[in-house]
Ligand binder design. Structure first.
Ligand SMILES: *Cc1c(COP(=O)(O)O)cnc(C)c1O
Length: 379
């Protein structure tokens, strides 16, 4: 039995006719640029994420870049974030000429450790970018507290966390000044290509985002600022308007799959016998249903690379998110960080493995995954 990391064919098959009809509606309307589908999706995503405004953009990467542009971040500024995320988080900071100041992660959640943020703040610090990695909210309360104390902006990288809830049912993206979503096909809400969105409850920031999205022209052809083409494509918006109807159901399936893994691993005894550890959903039971939306189910294991190879030989595809923390990336050498600077991020990069968790994954497949892991450690 083969177990892929993701099965987009199975994901789209049941809604294929609905998607095709939506694409046809856009084709027939000729409203290809910022048409009614984009507006509708913006309204729905702002409601879904409990923020007042939403601005559809080209990708999650551009959502981050545009957010930092709207805050006026540039050369000489510092932005605090964690070294353990997808490249775009740090890339957006450096592309604007600012400096990422890195803060190690919490080893349980893999999100930025709030206790270490204060010591990273200088006179040049302008913003903090917490990442809600794998679909679980960062610990926003202490992050917002330290940000307020130093009058810093908070940009949430919620690319993997649309709908994910923190305490009191607060949703990812709505807690800081700006929240960034990605609709890359492998995210929980994925387009048929690239797409993204920024949410905010600040009317001024929303207006800035909308102007910067169209080259900074306001009115059209009159430019006080320099923006770019950051527009969300209408075809992608139409697809996302269909898929958003199913998002809560898919989230539930991902959470059920996580429970199944927990049961299977518990029976296997691998946590005690092999020192394997499962992801912790720290806000589960706090009265919220989207405590963790499991964009990824990431375990920590001994002999990670050998296990991954063994699973692949057995038809099971896994992934490493992410093998190289920012401070060890070649292009960021000039930041001057040394190996060992962020021990928890480095340890996570060496020990973690993402198992298939997609909604269409069957119980049989999950049993196959855990059996294969068990046989690796007993062989
Ligand atoms: C996917 C992702 C991004 C970038 O989103 P794209 O839509 O691929 O540009 C940024 N940050 C994180 C944490 C991501 O997972």
């Amino acid at each position: 039995m083969k177990v892929p990391l993701l099965d987009l064919a199975a994901h789209h098959q049941p809604i294929k006719q609905e998607i095709l009809a939506a694409l046809e509606r856009v084709l027939d309307s000729n409203a290809f640029i910022l048409g009614p589908e984009v507006k509708k999706l913006e309204e729905r995503v702002s409601a879904y994420s409990k923020a007042r405004f939403a601005v559809g953009v080209t990708s999650g990467t551009d959502a981050l870049l545009l957010s930092l542009m709207a805050l006026g971040i540039g050369p000489g500024d510092e932005v605090v974030t964690s070294p353990y995320s997808f490249f775009a988080t740090a890339g957006a900071i450096v592309r604007l000429g600012a400096r990422p100041v890195l803060v190690d992660i919490d080893p349980v959640t893999y999100n930025i450790d709030p206790k270490r943020i204060a010591e990273a703040i200088t006179k040049k610090t302008k913003a903090i970018i917490p990442v809600h990695l794998y679909g679980q909210s960062a610990d926003m309360e202490p992050i917002l507290k330290v940000a307020n104390a130093h009058q810093l902006s908070v940009v949430e990288d919620a690319a993997q966390a649309i709908g994910a809830e923190y305490r009191d049912g607060k949703r990812a993206g709505s807690m800081g000044h700006l929240g960034c979503f990605s609709f890359f096909p492998s995210k929980n809400l994925g387009a048929l290509g690239d797409a993204g969105m920024v949410v905010t409850s600040d009317a001024d920031l929303a207006e800035k985002l909308r102007i910067l999205r169209v080259h900074g022209g306001e009115p059209k052809y009159y430019h006080k600022v320099i923006g770019g083409n950051f527009r969300l494509d209408s075809l992608q918006a139409a697809v996302l308007n269909v898929k958003l109807n199913y998002l809560d159901g898919w989230t539930k399936q991902r959470q059920e799959n996580a429970k199944t893994y927990r049961d299977l691993f518990k029976k296997s005894g691998l946590m005690e016998k092999a020192g394997l550890s499962l992801p912790e959903a720290v806000y589960e039971g706090a009265g919220v249903s989207h405590y963790h939306i499991y964009n990824q189910f990431v375990i920590r294991v001994p002999h990670r690379d050998r296990l991954r190879e063994y699973l692949l030989e057995n038809g099971i595809v896994t992934e490493i998110y992410y093998p190289v923390p920012f401070h060890l990336q070649e292009c960021f050498k000039t930041l001057g960080y040394k190996a060992g600077a962020f021990p928890e991020s480095e340890r996570a990069a060496n020990e973690t493995l993402a198992l298939p968790i997609y909604p269409e994954l069957t119980h049989k497949m999950q049993a196959r995954v855990t059996e294969a892991i068990q046989s690796f450690y007993t062989e």
